[in-house]
Design a protein around this ligand. Structure first.
Ligand SMILES: Nc1nc2c(ncn2[C@@H]2O[C@H](COP(=O)(O)OP(=O)(O)O)[C@@H](O)[C@H]2O)c(=O)[nH]1
Ligand SMILES: [Mg+2]
Ligand SMILES: [Zn+2]
Length: 352
């Protein structure tokens, strides 16, 4: 296996230098089992043991799918020596330690926010997934599946856009391959994408279509309510013929993904942009005098449902943030500042 095809880059090459020894080797985690990881390496698939002392301070947590790890071949058993610092990650509450985060997928470029035409895209769910993607340091792309079942495709795309007005929406059918090339183009060499979406929207079917083989189990839809069952029980990273890598995951809700406050603003750039004209710098756009966001809603230029989502997600993130320790809180705040600076600059360039 060629490491570049798995997303190996100059960045990881540099991070690996301190570990570069005869009996060491880099590998990308494609599957995690209890105490074991399956990695893909130059030599092919390699299973390694994760020692308990790998992460003594508990900051990184155990390796996640998508991590680049250092494998040590010195003894009979291959052991994970280190996790190379992550470029991006989706995190959830660590089981048994609700105030600590644990990565569920690491080193991601794209988060594919999957919704289906069949059940109708849900703008509120899309907003949350978009915020989670930005929070993880990855770019969200909305994927609207099952277009072969559409009575009103344009209406469904509009609905998806409501939840992601500044994000690309790719509409496709994994059954007919219609529109799938548009996604293949975005999943070229060096790109890693993770799929997020409720069960039954067609994630595994799409993964199989991209792979060109039936690797992932597809749910039989229950005739009674049209809902898919939760067949995907583990995460797995696979290399795609179009050059990129893909992670199939169970539904977002089951994952209990972790949302940071700074990312919420990023998912609602129109609200952040208007908020710069509020009378008070720390305006929360609730009912403060001189609130420019409220004025935009009044004028019909900002969707009231978007503002309600913004407040709901902001509260969710803040509650979580309050429970975190002060050092993590500080980190969140400074990230928040740099993120909103980035958005501001982007909007300023756009508005010129
Ligand atoms: N008509 C149609 N059905 C699809 C399409 N993609 C998935 N399905 C069906 O939707 C159901 C759920 O698919 P699955 O891939 O298991 O969804 P997941 O839970 O998101 O992984 C299965 O019955 C699939 O056959 C599509 O593009 N068109
Ligand atoms: Mg599935
Ligand atoms: Zn305001």
């Amino acid at each position: 296996m060629n490491l570049e095809g798995l997303g190996w880059s100059r960045r990881f090459q540099s991070l690996y230098i301190p570990f570069d020894r005869e009996h060491h080797e880099p590998g990308r985690v494609v599957r995690v089992d209890r105490g074991l990881v399956t990695t893909e390496t130059r030599q092919g698939p390699t299973t390694a043991v994760v020692p308990g002392r790998l992460d003594p301070d508990g900051e990184t947590g155990p390796p996640a799918v998508g991590d680049w790890v250092v494998l040590d071949h010195a003894a009979d058993t291959i052991v994970v020596r280190a996790i190379l610092p992550r470029r991006s990650a989706l995190a959830r509450r660590r089981p048994g330690a609700p105030d600590a985060a644990q990565a569920v997928a690491a080193n991601l470029d794209l988060v594919l926010v999957i919704e289906s035409v069949e059940r109708g895209p849900n703008p509120r769910r899309i907003e949350r997934a978009v915020a989670l993607a930005w929070d993880g340091g990855a770019t969200p792309v909305v994927v609207l599946t099952k277009t072969d079942l559409a009575d009103d495709l344009a209406g469904a795309i509009d609905r998806a856009n409501e939840g992601a007005p500044f994000i690309d929406v790719v509409a496709l059918s994994a059954a007919t391959d219609d529109g799938v090339d548009e996604l293949r183009k975005r999943l070229g060499p060096g790109t890693t994408a993770v799929m997020l979406g409720p069960s039954g929207v067609g994630k595994s079917t799409l993964a199989n279509r991209l792979l060109g083989e039936d690797r992932f189990a597809v749910a039989e839809v229950r005739a009674i309510d049209g809902r898919g069952r939760h067949t995907t029980t583990r995460r797995e990273l696979v290399a795609l013929p179009c050059g990129g890598c893909l992670v199939d995951t169970p539904g977002v809700r089951e994952l209990g993904l972790w949302l940071g406050a700074e990312a919420v603003g990023t998912a609602f750039p129109e609200i952040e942009a208007a908020g710069r004209r509020c009378r008070f710098r720390d305006c929360r756009h609730l009912s403060e005098p001189g609130c420019a966001v409220a004025a935009e809603v009044e004028a019909g230029r900002i969707d009231a449902a978007r503002l309600a989502s913004y407040h709901r997600l902001q509260r969710e993130a803040e509650r979580l943030e309050e429970r975190l320790d002060p050092s993590r809180r500080h980190e969140l705040r400074s990230r928040e500042r740099s993120f909103s600076r980035l958005i501001r600059r982007t909007l300023e360039v756009k508005n010129r």
